[in-house]
Write a protein that binds this ligand. Sequence first.
Ligand SMILES: [Zn+2]
Length: 405
Amino acid sequence: MTVIERFLKLVSFDTTSSEESGQHPSTPNQKVLGAELVRQMQELGIQDARMDAFDYVYGTIPANCEKNLPVYGLIAHMDTSPDAPGGPIHARITEVYEGGDIILNEEQGIVLSPREYESLLNHTGKRLIVTDGTTLLGADDKAGVAEILSAAELLLASNLPHGTVKIAFTPDEEIGEGADHFDVAGFGAEYAYTVDGGAIGELEYENFNAASALVEIAGLSIHPGSACGKMVNASLVAMEFASLLPALETPYFTDGYEGFFHLTDMEGSVEHAKLSYIIRDHDREKFEARKAVLEKAAREIDRRYGSGTVKLTIRDSYYNMKEKIEPCMFLVDQAKSAMLELGIAPKVQPIRGGTDGARLSFLGLPCPNLCAGGENFHGRFEYVPVEDMEKITKLLATILWNIAK
Ligand SMILES: [Zn+2]
C-alpha cells in the first residue's frame, strides 16, 4: 500500500471528535479507526501493536543495530475537527496543478481558488488531494498517520540501521484532550515528534500559552416600568466588561508572536450573562499579564455594581513547549538537516495554537511538531499535495536513519 492509498483509506473513516460527549474517546468511530490502525500495524510486522481502553494505539519498531541509541517516538492523531463536516468524505486526486481554480463540486458550484487560498500557488506542478467541497479532508491529521505508517514500512524494509522507534496514534486532539490519557511511561520514548503540522517544511517548537476564561454576570431584574435606579441588566454589564479589554488584541488584529483575548461565545438576559474567552500568548509573562487584565476588569465591574456581580473562572489549558525543547534543540536541528538533505526548505515558525506535543513536552516527552503536508485545516477547502506526503514519509525515515549514523 502506498502512503496515498493508505491515506485515502483512512479518510473514509469519519472520526470527528466531539466537545460535548464527555466520553473517552469522545466519539465511538475513533475506536473503529483505532482497530484498523492496529490491523495495519500488525500487517507491517509491528508485533506489539495494540489499542488501549481510551483508544490510544501504540506499537514498536525494534532497533536493527547494536548501537546504544535513544528511543524516538512518532505521534499523530486520528480524530478530525468538529469545526467542519467529517464525512462521508469524497476525496479525489487532481491532475497536476498548474494554477487557477479547482472545481470541487460542479453541482453546488464550490471552487477552490488561489484568490482565496494563495497557498495553492506554492503547489503548482503537484497533484492535490481535495474534497468535493462539502466536508473537510482529514489531512489533519490522517496525513500524519499515513506518513508514519509508511515511514515504518520503509524502516522495516531497509537494512539501514535505526534505533528503537515507538509509534502512537491518539484520539481527541482536536478537542484538546489528545494528551489526557497518553501513557508517557508506557510509550517508552525519550523524545518524539508529532506529525501534525501544515505545509511541507513546517517545523515548530513554540506554541501559545493558553487559558480559557468564563465570565458570569449576575444581574437584577425588576419590571422595567419601575426599574429606575435599581435594575442591573446583566447583558449590558457583560458588554461593559468586554469594553474594558484591549480592543485591538483579538485574533483579527494580531499575528506572529502577538497574543490575544478571543470572545468565543456569549449569552445574556437581564438576570444573567455569560462571556467565554480564550487567552493566548507565546510569552509566559505576557500570558500571566493577560489573565491579570481580566481580573482587573472583573474587580472594576464589581466596584461599579457591587461585589459578586462578576464571577470569573480562569483555567490554564497548556503552555508553550519552547522551554522544554530548548534544552534539546538537537531535535529541531536533526529535523532541519534531514529536510535540507531531501530538498525541503525548513520553515521554523511559532504555532498560533497548541499541539498534543506541547502537553506531552510538559509530561516529560519533548515533542516538536513536524509538517504533515496539508493546507486549510478544519475546513471544506482542506487539501494535501500527493508529492509532499511522499516526501514527508521519506523525511520521517531519514530523521531516524540519520540518528543512527
Ligand atoms: Zn491536527
